[in-house]
Design a protein around this ligand. Sequence first.
Ligand SMILES: NC(=O)c1ccc[n+]([C@@H]2O[C@H](COP(=O)([O-])OP(=O)(O)OC[C@H]3O[C@@H](n4cnc5c(N)ncnc54)[C@H](OP(=O)(O)O)[C@@H]3O)[C@@H](O)[C@H]2O)c1
Length: 233
Amino acid sequence: MKAIRIEQFGGPEVMRFCDVEVPEPLAGEVLVKNFFVGINPVDYKIREGQYPEVKQDKLPLTLGREVAGLVEKVGQGVSDFKKGDRVFAMIGADGGYAEYSRVPAVHLARIPHALDWPVAAGVPLAGHTAWQALVEHGQIEQGQKVLIHGGTGGVGHLAVQFAKVKGAEVYATASTDSLPYLRELGADRAIDYKTERFEDICKEFDLVIDLIGGDTQARSWQVLGEGAGWCRP
Ligand SMILES: NC(=O)c1ccc[n+]([C@@H]2O[C@H](COP(=O)([O-])OP(=O)(O)OC[C@H]3O[C@@H](n4cnc5c(N)ncnc54)[C@H](OP(=O)(O)O)[C@@H]3O)[C@@H](O)[C@H]2O)c1
């Protein structure tokens, strides 16, 4: 099969289009024939050697951390999936940019009918991140106030929708052109980070989801109320 691999860390030029063996699913794993794969900031961080869990000893590896496709084969002990199932998954730091990926069955889910292939391939990693930040770490509750930085990005656009479903009051930042989209996603207040200062608008918030970092992180502490939380995925 074809796969996009790196043998060393560096810029885009280190990516190689390679021929490699189709992997065999081990016990508890599923082999997925990928139709679409997601591309995320973590991919370039891995490629550049900036990702703490992937050091020189993990090379060479195939980039890509989320896939959508059809089940090709199941490993020993897998009974929840069968050949032909339409599935998507977030995978470890090795294996997404390829024609086939080996995925632990517990990381796999069927794609809802409403999602087409390209949309499905963009959901697992960003969706999982947004859910972890808001629900698992942030423990967001109905009526709480949350500020989401980068509310129209890959993670942010899902975080805004999840927070609304959880009954939170959602303030989110985006650039000027993206504000209508942010309102469409359900944000109660769309803040233009190019012309407004979020710390002048948000007071006593329960949670900040920071998808930007740096100066945005430093300025975010002051918007939190007592007992509040901050999450940088
Ligand atoms: N994607 C994932 O699955 C995932 C998983 C784990 C961690 N992360 C991390 O989460 C961060 C965001 O990832 P992403 O995939 O959501 O990135 P993304 O799709 O590039 O989104 C980032 C968003 O931030 C906005 N933005 C840029 N500068 C800003 C500022 N100063 N204030 C507020 N918003 C600003 C951009 O909006 P405009 O274009 O309108 O300026 C853009 O929509 C990255 O550090 C990434 O490594 C991502």
